[in-house]
Write a protein of this length. Structure first.
Length: 150
């Protein structure tokens, strides 16, 4: 956490808003991982505002995905799914296949947690098709493991 806070300060001093957003996002992820999702959400929303101002579509999609994951931690699955959907729209638009794969896996995992196995499998299958297009063995294994767990 201290490293990311120092990075944030350095980016603020340099006037690098993109770097500031990245550092804030990293800090938010630490808060989420430390079991402080509400603090993480506050920071992620700051990041999202900055990314929108900068026109950083790829960053916005990533942040929407992170916010979705954070709502998942809070068991607010419908809110998480809405955010994942918004992230997927941007990822399709900008051609971010790796981001789409990650978000599709998050959607599938959310449906799996709700015991909606058919819907989970649908999203895992979409991710699997994208993984095949980019030939990524580690992701292929991750997708297969998630499907096997259903």
């Amino acid at each position: 956490m201290e490293y990311f806070q120092q990075a944030l300060l350095a980016q603020q001093i340099a006037g690098n808003r993109q770097g500031e957003a990245t550092a804030l996002s990293n800090i938010a992820s630490v808060y989420r991982d430390l079991g402080q999702p509400n603090q993480a959400l506050l920071l992620y929303h700051q990041v999202l505002l900055t990314q929108r101002e900068l026109g950083d579509h790829l960053g916005q999609a990533n942040t929407l995905d992170n916010i979705g994951c954070t709502y998942g931690v809070l068991n607010q699955t419908q809110q998480a799914l809405k955010l994942y959907s918004a992230a997927l729209q941007i990822q399709r638009k900008v051609g971010d296949r790796l981001g789409r794969i990650n978000t599709l896996l998050n959607v599938g995992s959310t449906y799996a947690s709700l015991n909606q196995k058919a819907r989970a499998r649908l999203f895992f299958s979409q991710a699997q098709r994208l993984v095949e297009q980019i030939s990524h063995p580690l992701l292929a294994e991750r997708v297969q493991n998630l499907m096997d767990e259903l």
